[in-house]
Design a protein around this ligand. Structure first.
Ligand code: ZN
Length: 353
C-alpha cells in the first residue's frame, strides 16, 4: 500500500541521518567503535536499512527520485566510513612510530626448562653403571614369559603361592607377565655356556598395590656362573656395590632367608645412608626405623636344581644371584615415603630430582 506521506517521511529520516553520521564517525576513537557505529546505520537492523524497507510505501511517481536520494546517502556513509577507517589506521601507525624505541639490549626470555630423566630411570642407570663397572654385561628378555621360565625352571614347586592367580597376571594358560627378572637367568643359562656374568634390568608385574607395592615395578637381577664361585665372591660383589652406590664405608650384612632358586639364601641390608655419624657408626633414624640398617635386596648361591633345569652341570659350575627393586633403592636413596609418588607423574614431585 502506498502513501504520499511515505516519501516525506523517508526524506526527513535521510536528512537527519545526513546531518549526523559524519560527527558520529569522528567520535569513534577505535576501529571497533567505528565498525559498531557503521553497523548501526548500514547493518541489518541499521537506520538506513530501516528506511529502505519503507520504499514499498512510496508512490510510483516519487520512487525513482527517492531511490536515488537513498543511494546517494548510502554512498556518502560508506565513503565517510572508509575515510575514517584509514584515518584511525594512520593515527595508530603514527603513535607506534612516536613511541619510545624498542630496547634491543633487554635480555631474551629464558628458555623453557628442559625435562630430565625420571628418578626411577636415574637410579636404574646408576645401579647398572656400578655393576657394569664390576664386569657384568646387560642381558635383555621378554616381559611376557612362559610359566616354566618364570617359575618351573627356577625351582618353584607347582603349588608355590607366587604362582597363584592372586599374585600373578596370567595372559593365557602357561604364559604370564614375568613376576621377576630372574627369568633372564633361565634364558641366559639355557642359551649360553658358562662362565657368564650378567645383569638383567627390567619391568616386572605382581598383583600388589599399596604404599610400598606397585602392580608394575622395576628390578635388576645380577648373576654370575663360573667354577669355584663361593659365598665370599657374592659378599665381595655386594660390598663393592654398596661402597660405589651408597658411598665409601657403607657396611653390608647378610641375614639368612629363603628363596626357591638359591641355597643358601640371604637378605641383604646396607648401613643407613641417612644417619651415618662421622666415625662410620649409625645413629638410627626414621628411614631405617632406628636400626641403622636398610634392607635392599635378596641374594644367594644359585640352586643346583636351577643349573640342572638349564642343562648345566652343578658338580662343575657354581654361581650366585641377587636381585633388587629399583623403586625400593630409589626410595632409600632419596628418602621417598610413598612408592606411589613415583608413578603419579606430578611435575612438582619429579622436579625435585
Ligand atoms: Zn637411619
Amino acid at each position: 500500500m502506498t502513501s504520499p506521506d511515505a516519501a516525506g517521511s523517508i526524506q526527513q529520516s535521510l536528512a537527519s541521518l545526513r546531518a549526523t553520521f559524519r560527527a558520529r564517525f569522528e567520535a569513534a576513537s577505535t576501529e571497533q567503535a567505528l565498525r559498531d557505529e557503521n553497523a548501526k546505520i548500514l547493518g541489518k537492523k541499521g537506520e538506513l536499512t530501516a528506511v529502505l524497507k519503507q520504499m514499498g510505501a512510496v508512490p510510483a511517481d516519487a520512487r525513482k527520485s527517492i531511490g536515488e536520494l537513498v543511494n546517494a546517502v548510502k554512498q556518502e556513509v560508506e565513503g565517510a566510513f572508509e575515510d575514517r577507517l584509514k584515518a584511525l589506521a594512520r593515527a595508530a601507525r603514527a603513535a607506534e612510530l612516536d613511541a619510545p624505541a624498542f630496547d634491543l639490549t633487554l635480555p631474551a626470555r629464558p628458555p623453557s626448562p628442559l625435562g630430565h630423566a625420571h628418578p626411577i630411570s636415574k637410579v636404574r642407570d646408576e645401579i647398572v653403571d656400578v655393576l657394569v663397572s664390576l664386569g657384568f654385561a646387560v642381558h635383555d628378555g621378554p616381559e611376557v614369559e612362559l610359566e616354566e621360565n618364570n617359575f618351573g625352571k627356577l625351582g618353584f614347586p607347582p603349588d608355590h603361592p607366587a604362582t597363584d592367580m592372586q599374585d600373578s597376571f596370567w595372559t593365557t594358560s602357561g604364559t604370564l607377565l614375568r613376576t621377576h627378572t630372574s627369568n633372564i637367568q633361565i634364558r641366559a643359562m639355557t642359551s649360553h655356556a658358562p662362565p657368564m656374568a650378567y645383569i638383567a634390568p627390567g619391568v616386572v608385574y605382581r598383583r600388589d598395590d599399596d604404599a610400598t607395592h606397585s602392580p608394575m615395578f622395576h628390578q635388576i637381577e645380577c648373576f654370575l656362573v663360573d667354577e669355584h664361585v663361593t659365598l665370599a665372591n657374592l659378599r665381595g660383589v655386594l660390598s663393592e656395590f654398596a661402597e660405589r652406590f651408597f658411598g665409601a664405608g657403607t657396611p653390608v650384612r647378610l641375614r639368612p632367608s629363603y628363596f626357591p632358586f638359591v641355597e643358601p639364601g640371604a637378605e641383604v641390608d646396607v648401613g643407613c645412608p641417612f644417619c651415618r655419624r662421622p666415625d662410620g657408626t649409625r645413629a638410627g633414624c626414621s628411614v631405617c626405623k632406628r636400626t641403622g640398617w636398610i634392607e635392599i635386596l635378596g641374594c644367594g648361591m644359585i640352586h643346583p636344581v636351577v643349573f640342572e633345569s638349564c642343562g648345566i652341570d652343578p658338580e662343575k659350575w657354581t654361581g650366585f644371584a641377587f636381585g633388587m627393586g629399583v623403586e625400593r633403592v630409589a626410595m632409600v636413596k632419596y628418602g621417598i615415603p610413598d612408592l606411589r609418588l613415583l608413578f603419579e607423574n606430578s611435575p612438582r614431585f619429579l622436579a625435585q630430582f
